[in-house]
Design a protein around this ligand. Structure first.
Ligand code: BES
Ligand code: ZN
Ligand code: ZN
Length: 501
């Protein structure tokens, strides 16, 4: 799928399909849809009157032009209600349309930037949302399928009438493509089966990304992690035949100001069997995606580097499998994290917090003062918030506010969860400083509070993405499988932090 901005009149494009839009409840089509309606002798108006075109989001009506326009078809896509029209709508509609084009095997299509003027959205922002939606809505993870037919290459012309707006449209498309490619990278890594995405493969992929985009990279091997005292992280790795890889990627967007920085720590469990506290068989295959947080921070740093954001960003991915091998850690074992705190491992399935504890300590070791971690941490997150919003936790209100604002701006919605000290009672251990589980009650909160012991002294926010990292539905820019959430929110956060310097 390729996107290209061109100046001209959409009605004059000799393409397989032109895309026009109508709002829900509109009696007559406006803008490009109005022009297409005229050329089609009122066909759109008449289909609206008949009730076939209602303008609902997700609706796509194909009209064959039979020579009345240079284009072979007009596709009328519904935008939903005008009152709720935002950049999120543009992204969603573009995703739906991209799949319609694929299904119709359209090779070359043309669209306008959706209602840029009338919808109250800037052309650049609308073009960015259009690119994100189109590229991500057409996303497929099919590399393990023996192909019957190769997918047809699709090109979408984004036609802008006003020459003065063309540069803005081009900029938006470019930014959108960079962000969509970062989200697709995250999806690819998380969708990949665990036998193909081992810690070693993840580290090699990070090496490739770093090389391609001029990023600094260090991969710490087990002996180096031992030397650093990462007993908590290494305890998770000890039951696996796969060697752990502690991945650190750095982008220097503002070298002159080393303080202008953020650390992004992503949970990198390439497969979570639960360890000795083994998970039930049903659904365990989904645990190949337990490195979605790690994949998200790698996607985010790639986009931030390509966009040249003026911020120093460090992505840290403590990667390992969680397996029940003969040398696996046992319930009741006590280990020590990099900051010297001792941990009683009561449940080996609460491994995410064990690897993140040392991940956050390492961010501090690098001198970072601001850290956001991203993790498929607790099943309890889905009980609390379902799959609409992810939970935000942390020790610094301003950082949490900024990340929530980035979530609102990108449609990757979040909800702040409580962090009362009183919950820490549940983590008290008889034998060590703390234990790694706090019982069934408030499971996501006690998971976050466990990490609070390691985030002391830094501004820290934690995103629990367990219930939003993957989806079974196909809608808008999201398709079945991994969503790539919260790559777009993380990139937005970095852009916002950079601007405020
Ligand atoms: N990776 C899981 C959390 C998870 C569950 C992610 C479902 C995505 C979907 C995590 O390591 C885990 O097993 N958490 C336990 C914690 C419990 C033992 C305190 C859980 O949620 O049950
Ligand atoms: Zn687990
Ligand atoms: Zn896990």
């Amino acid at each position: 799928m390729k996107l290209r901005a061109v100046q001209g009149d959409i009605m004059q494009q000799p393409v397989d399909a032109i895309l026009v839009n109508v709002f829900e409840g509109a009696a007559s089509p406006g803008g490009a849809a109005g022009a297409a309606d005229k050329a089609l002798h009122g066909a759109i108006t008449s289909l609206i009157a008949d009730g076939e075109i209602r303008g609902k989001r997700g609706e796509a009506t194909v009209i064959h032009t039979l020579g009345s326009l240079p284009a072979k078809r007009v596709i009328v896509a519904g935008l939903g209600k005008q009152a709720s029209f935002t950049a999120d709508t543009v992204r969603a509609v573009s995703g739906d349309v991209a799949r319609t084009l694929k299904r119709l095997r359209v090779g070359l299509a043309a669209t306008v930037v959706h209602e840029a003027g009338a919808g109250g959205i800037e052309a650049e922002q609308a073009a960015q949302a259009l690119a994100e939606g189109t590229l991500l809505g057409a996303y497929e993870f099919s590399r393990h399928k023996s192909k019957e037919e190769p997918a047809k290459a699709l090109e979408l012309l984004v036609v802008e009438r006003d020459s003065k707006q063309l540069a803005a449209v081009e900029r938006g498309l470019k930014t959108g493509a960079v962000i969509a490619e970062a989200v697709a990278l995250c999806r690819d890594l998380a969708n990949e089966p665990a036998n193909h995405m081992t810690p070693t493969v993840l580290a090699d992929t990070a090496q490739r990304i770093a090389k391609e985009h001029g990023l600094e990279i260090t991969v710490l091997e087990r002996p180096q992690c031992q030397e650093l005292g990462m007993g908590s992280y290494l305890s998770v790795a000890q039951g696996s035949a796969q060697p752990p890889k502690f991945i650190v990627v750095r982008y220097w967007g503002d070298r002159a100001n080393p303080e202008n920085a953020i650390g992004l720590v992503g949970k990198g469990i390439t497969f979570d069997s639960g360890g000795i506290s083994i998970k039930p068989a049903e659904g365990m295959e989904q645990m190949k995606g337990d490195m979605a947080g790690g994949a998200a921070v790698l996607g985010a740093i790639q986009a931030v580097a390509r966009l040249g954001v003026r911020l120093n960003v460090t992505a840290i991915v403590p990667a390992t499998e969680n397996m029940p091998g003969g040398s696996a850690s046992r319930p009741g074992d006590v280990v020590r994290a990099m900051n010297g705190k001792s941990i009683e491992i009561v449940n080996t399935d609460a491994e995410g917090r064990l690897v993140l504890a040392d991940g956050i300590c390492y961010a501090k070791h690098l001198g970072l003062k601001r850290v956001v971690d991203v993790a498929t941490l607790t099943g309890a997150m889905g009980v609390a918030l379902g799959s609409v919003r992810m939970g935000v936790f942390g020790n610094h209100q301003e950082l949490m506010d900024r990340i929530k604002a980035a979530g609102d701006a990108t449609g990757e919605l979040m909800w702040q969860m409580p962090m009362d000290e009183a919950y820490k009672e549940q983590l008290r251990s008889e034998v060590a400083d703390i234990k790694n589980v706090g019982g069934r009650a408030a499971g996501s909160i006690t998971g976050a509070l466990f990490m609070d012991y390691f985030a002391e002294g830094v501004q820290w926010a934690h995103l629990d993405i367990a219930s939003v990292a993957r989806t079974d539905k196909v809608s808008g820019h999201l398709v079945k499988g991994h969503t790539g959430i919260p790559v777009r929110a993380l990139v937005r956060l970095c852009q916002e932090l950079a601007q405020r310097q």
